[in-house]
Design a protein around this ligand. Sequence first.
Ligand SMILES: [Zn+2]
Length: 122
Amino acid sequence: MHEFSIASGILDTVEETIGTGKHLMRVKLTLGPLSGISADSLEFCFTEIARIRGQGTPVLEILRPRVQAVCSHCAFSYEVDRVENGCPGCGSLSRHITGGFECEIESVTFEEMDIHDTQRAD
Ligand SMILES: [Zn+2]
């Protein structure tokens, strides 16, 4: 399953960044509509994989940016809300896609694994 390896990859990156032995509370992720990743499937397996790996039971919060494009005809930059809608400036459907492929960790909320330690970080 595609999303399974992506969720594992995210958890690897988080661990590399904040270190091991952390209890994850929340991971915020930007996921572009062109990333080819299903947000539902990713959300579904993320918490379970984290639990199996002993990283807590974090909530995966997914931010969905719009697809960004630049018109090939008039160079206007815009957000693509629907594929069939052309450039708001000139109506042309010819465009370069400049954003929407993101899969980036925005922030991680965690606490130390030792429950007697109340230290917390965002
Ligand atoms: Zn245009």
